[in-house]
Write a protein that binds this ligand. Structure first.
Ligand SMILES: Cc1cc2nc3c(=O)[nH]c(=O)nc-3n(C[C@H](O)[C@H](O)[C@H](O)COP(=O)(O)OP(=O)(O)OC[C@H]3O[C@@H](n4cnc5c(N)ncnc54)[C@H](O)[C@@H]3O)c2cc1C
Length: 407
């Protein structure tokens, strides 16, 4: 009899490796495959907000990130031109963010999966998904230069990113779709110290950000509306530097440093997908993707891993039917991400904020509580629905009124 794994996970980066690791830690028999080998890079910057840092800590992996010398980020500064809002992004227990290179983070996660007794096959490309009737029962694929093999499992988990082959095969319902809104490019600089700060610059039709990463480097990213994607491709460096001219003091700091890499970038669509069906599940970008302007993808992938594994564990143990457990996974994911999804896709238009939001932002300088709150929204710690609730907005506006009255 051919072997049947409990789960096959396709894709071994920030969604797939933790999913496989957490399943294996619960005693399940897991095969994790990726056509990439590790360490390797992917097109993505890598700000990991405090909720992602908290997940790494829960899994016992944060010390490994720290051991790579990746500096902590304790301040988020949002420069709107006339004023800057500077706040602390963290929650009580996890006060800082980190920006580990994907070469570092993804390798560390794959290794942790292997240590948890996951069978890891790097350099293994899945060619197709195996069905019995309408039920997914396995994958067909090959290692580098090898023959095609078939592997079977009780569930096949697509952690295979935006161009997910698993999602393509199972054709899940897709909802709340929005087209690509922004095109972003990034490169790494040396000699550009950030002193533990994530800095972002908001300008008309332009958004920029920078933060420190491994090896004394700083990642610097600039974005423009998707409508300019094609036209600006002819001179990415010129358009990138021109964007930073709108933030002259940062541009000066950049000029004092050295660009060490070429520019890399892209634009991405926005969608949610039903993340389960007979014999399959989706985690990470395969199931939910959004513009990278708020840098939520990594901790969203971590959250999916935990929610999906908890749901699968319940079904494998016979505590809940598959559909019941997995629809709880979907509901919980959607409840947690939808307000941030709306906030992210609004920001990604790079259009001026509506007047009420402009008034609120302008009321915050000098109000440390409000600025910390705003930093925590961007960090995915506080839901936008909570921060922008009428009561909180009123509180911030009245505090600003009180300050104005005193002066
Ligand atoms: C420009 C940009 C900047 C970003 N910046 C940030 C940021 O600062 N912070 C943040 O949190 N998020 C950021 N994101 C989002 C983040 O990159 C994604 O949310 C995250 O990478 C999703 O992880 P994943 O594991 O779901 O998919 P991926 O990282 O895309 O991994 C999918 C894996 O599946 C493998 N795979 C695919 N198909 C197959 C197949 N057929 N067979 C075998 N293997 C396969 C691939 O080789 C790949 O390794 C950014 C994204 C972009 C595009």
């Amino acid at each position: 009899m051919a072997k049947t794994y409990d789960a096959i996970v396709v894709g071994a980066r920030v969604a797939g490796s933790p999913t496989a690791m957490l399943l294996a830690r619960k005693g399940y028999d897991v095969l994790l495959v990726d056509r990439a080998t590790f360490p390797s890079d992917t097109i993505s910057t890598h700000l990991v907000h405090p909720p992602g840092v908290a997940a790494l800590k829960r899994w016992g992996l944060l010390d490994r990130v720290l051991a790579t010398g990746c500096p902590a980020i304790d301040t988020y500064a949002f420069d709107f031109g006339p004023f800057t809002l500077s706040g602390a992004p963290g929650a009580e227990k996890t006060t800082v963010a980190y920006g580990p290179r994907r070469t570092v983070l993804d390798k560390l996660l794959v290794d942790a999966a292997a240590e948890a007794s996951v069978e890891v096959r790097e350099g293994f490309s899945v060619e197709s998904i195996v069905f019995e009737g309408d039920r997914v029962t396995g994958v067909r694929g090959h290692g580098k230069g090898g023959a095609t093999v078939t592997e079977r499992a009780r569930v096949v988990i697509g952690a295979d990113g935006r161009h997910s082959l698993v999602a393509h095969a199972v054709n899940p319902a897709q909802y709340d779709e929005k087209p690509p809104l922004l095109a972003g490019y990034y490169a790494y600089w040396s000699g550009l110290p950030m002193e533990g700060r994530f800095e972002t610059y908001v300008r008309p039709s332009r958004g920029m950000a920078a933060w420190p990463t491994n090896d004394g480097l700083t990642v610097v990213i600039a974005g423009w509306p998707y409508a300019e994607f094609e036209a600006n491709k002819t001179d990415i460096e010129g358009n990138f530097l021109k964007a930073y001219e709108l933030a002259p003091s940062f541009a000066q700091r950049m000029r004092a440093g050295t660009r060490e890499t070429r520019f890399v970038g892209t634009a991405v669509p926005n969608y949610l997908r039903k993340p389960f069906g007979r014999g399959w599940a989706l985690v990470g970008d395969a199931g939910y993707n959004k513009d990278f302007i708020t840098a939520q993808g990594i901790h969203d992938a971590f959250r999916d891993a935990e929610l999906c594994v908890a749901a699968l564990d319940e079904t494998f143990c016979g505590l809940r039917a598959f559909d019941d457990a997995m629809s709880r996974y979907q509901t919980s994911r959607d409840q947690q991400v939808l307000p941030m999804y709306e906030f992210t896709t609004e920001l990604a238009t790079l259009e001026p904020p509506p007047p009420e939001l402009q008034q609120l932002l302008a009321a915050m300088p000098g109000n440390q509580d409000a600025m910390d709150g705003f930093a925590r929204v961007n960090a995915g710690v506080t839901s936008p629905s909570e921060f922008f609730s009428p009561q909180n907005v009123e509180r911030i506006m009245s505090q600003a009124g009180a300050v104005t009255a005193v002066h």
